[in-house]
Design a protein around this ligand. Structure first.
Ligand SMILES: [Ca+2]
Length: 339
């Protein structure tokens, strides 16, 4: 499926991107050629707690298969920094993207692993062909400050790295737009009518408060929208059966992750559908708001991890409803399974 998305408008369009658009437009190329050939790719940084829930792995796959985006750096966040960096590095290598630098997250519970440990237990991070930054927070700062274009920071976990990055270098907020999977604004988990302290917020509410009050534009997908996305039946099977190396790496990780959830003695069968793919929606928002209703809402993060609509709080763009959820699911499958 070909989808031509309207390019997200930065509040601060750069001269060079305008010039590029003018040159391409005047050459008559803009109308027919594919997205990636006509538009400068959006530089993005991924800040992720990959290795806990499996949806970050699906989100990384979507990011790498989206020609609109140019991944400049991937950093693990919320502890377990070596484990997360190994998953990122091995996944990037399998995807043929080992030129992308990997960063270790802030030194907070640096040890520890999770349900994808079996995938990386023999992986040696020193063998990664790309750069590995021991101080991933500094790498985030340096990548943003050195970028000639504004950067989109995709935040799909708790955000202690970003709180620390803002503390060290507040000027990053002038050059960055954030898209995040955080919060629960009118709906809770599984479409519940009660809002919930959403995991990414609750795990480090102070960090989320720092990020949600910094002077950068923020767009979030709360549970209201990201919490309603999964794949089953033929759409799920299309990803399972894909020969694409990124799709294969996602499914391999998902099967190991599922097996790691099994209780002792329980028979392990490959999953028949995906779990909720929350984080994919934050990646999508980095380049499109298609199929979603966005509202400008003042959002305050409470100390116990709720995201309340409250007058006077910083206004952000919030994806509050799907206009066409099935179209997004179909898009997701076509992107992931396509070669
Ligand atoms: Ca996550």
């Amino acid at each position: 499926m070909k989808v031509d998305f309207p390019r997200f408008r930065f509040p601060f369009a750069s001269i060079s991107s305008l010039l590029l658009a003018f040159l391409l437009g005047s050459a008559g190329l803009a109308a027919e050629a594919p997205i990636s050939a006509t538009r400068a790719k959006i530089p993005v940084i991924l800040d992720t707690d990959i290795g806990d829930d499996i949806d970050d792995t699906w989100a990384l796959g979507l990011l790498l298969k989206s020609p609109e985006l140019d991944l400049k750096l991937a950093v693990g966040d919320h502890g377990k920094s070596l484990y997360r960096a190994k998953i990122l590095a091995k996944f990037l290598e399998k995807a043929g993207k080992s030129g992308v630098p990997v960063g270790l997250g802030a030194d907070l519970n640096a040890r520890g692993s999770g349900p994808q440990e079996a995938w990386v237990k023999d992986y040696n991070l020193n063998q990664y062909p790309g750069r590995v930054y021991p101080d991933g927070v500094q790498a985030i700062i340096d990548t943003i400050m050195a970028s000639p274009e504004p950067v989109v920071l995709i935040a799909i976990g708790p955000v202690p790295n970003l709180k620390e990055a803002l503390r060290r270098e507040p000027r990053i907020a002038q050059k960055t737009r954030v898209t995040g999977m955080q919060g629960s604004v009118r709906l809770g988990y599984n479409g519940d009518s009660q809002t919930a302290p959403e995991y990414n917020v609750k795990e480090d509410a102070r960090a989320c408060q720092a990020v949600f009050t910094a002077p950068w534009p923020i767009t979030i997908t709360p549970l209201d929208t990201c919490g309603l996305i999964d794949l089953e039946g033929g759409t799920y099977q299309k990803v399972v059966q894909s020969k694409d190396p990124i799709a294969a790496a996602i499914i391999e990780n998902y099967q190991l992750w599922s097996a790691a959830q099994a209780k002792p003695g329980q028979t392990i069968v490959p999953p028949a559908k995906s779990t909720i793919l929350f984080d994919t929606v934050a990646v999508f928002l980095a380049f499109s708001e298609n199929w979603l209703t966005l509202e400008e809402l003042p959002i305050r993060v409470t100390d116990d991890g709720y995201t309340r609509i409250e007058a006077g709080a910083k206004v952000m763009r919030v994806a509050t409803q799907w206009k066409d959820r099935d179209a997004y699911r179909q898009f997701l499958v076509d992107r992931l399974a396509g070669q």
